[in-house]
Design a protein around this ligand. Sequence first.
Ligand SMILES: [Ca+2]
Length: 416
Amino acid sequence: MLHLLPKFALPALLVVTLIAVQTPAQAEPHMQHSPLVIGHRGAAGYRPEHTLAGYTLAIEMGVDFIEPDLVLTKDKQMIARHEPMIGSTTDVADHPQFAQRKVKRMVDGVEYDDWFASDFTLAELKTLRAKERLPALRPANTAFDGQFEIPTLDEVIELAKSKSRQTGRSIGIYPEIKHSTYHATLKNAQGRLQFGAHYFEDRLLKTLHKAYGNSACAPVFIQSFEVGNLQYLSRKTQIRLVQLIDADDVNPDGSMSLVPPYMQPYDFVVNGDPRTFADLVTEQGLAFVAGYADAIGPWKPYLVKTVTDGVDRDGDGTLTINDRRVEGSTGVMEMAHDKGLMVHTWTFRNDSSGYGFADPQAEMSYYFDLGVDGLFTDFGDTGVAARAASSNPGQDEHLKQCGREHKKPYKGHHKD
Ligand SMILES: [Ca+2]
């Protein structure tokens, strides 16, 4: 009987009702397909990477998650770019008013001569247009050069949510914090920290918690190649965390080549921690990672051993990495699963890097058959077809860890 309530009660009641109805975590379906097909940088095989057009195409191809890599702008906004440098994926060089912004700067121990997102406001970045990073490999994609803006994380979330409603599928997002230490220690012209320690992580959590709730059920994974930032996040969020595992190359005998800047997490370099990426996928390393993360995201040669033996397996008259002999699982995936870690591996492409495989769909099916929990691909359509053709086509599942404390508190030494 609303008319019997004091006048001030009605607005209060409405506010309470609206909050209850709009609680984001409740609005999301707690379903997820497993194993996952993750749209790497959108649909990078078909559209310039990290554009709403690319993410949209990936979703239409049937991927379960879209992947925005994140960097910060001068005015502290999160935008989707693979690196702080914007010269190779935008038309910034064609804007004479920005010519003076090109500078030399170190990122993770490597010097770049480029334009950096952190020297531009979001409004300035919005005047730029995306272009294809690999025009020689992907000439068809250059037809889209100059058409698409750089998206913000907010825009990516909005797209994923509207497509989820439209399709009835749960379209998740898989944001990567790019170069956490770089952003934390970056100084402005006055010598002051531009963002400061953990600004990036705190800002990301604020956005994600508002959009999805602080929940392991959120259709979200946060990924990073660094360790300290994930440990920090593990104490602040239930959203699932992924430790990425990199390397420089694969040796002919199948062992991993570890050369800087792909040898160690960059915060390990700065802190003098001698452990390499390869050390994180030993029994001891995986136990360490399981203390703060829910999954590992290793480069695919960490999971499947391939060797160079001089046989032209695809018969095209040249020896490439595609001809390597496949020797099966390295055991890393099985060890990770034993520790309770999911395994999401990368990157699968129709036009390059098929270690041991000339047929990209067969390659992806092989990894699904092996038992990975997800894979990143530039070609979402091939990924979805490969999963369907595999012995592990999966199904939509309720997220089992919803509503329970799934993450072990990190007990090691750490710096906040
Ligand atoms: Ca060949």
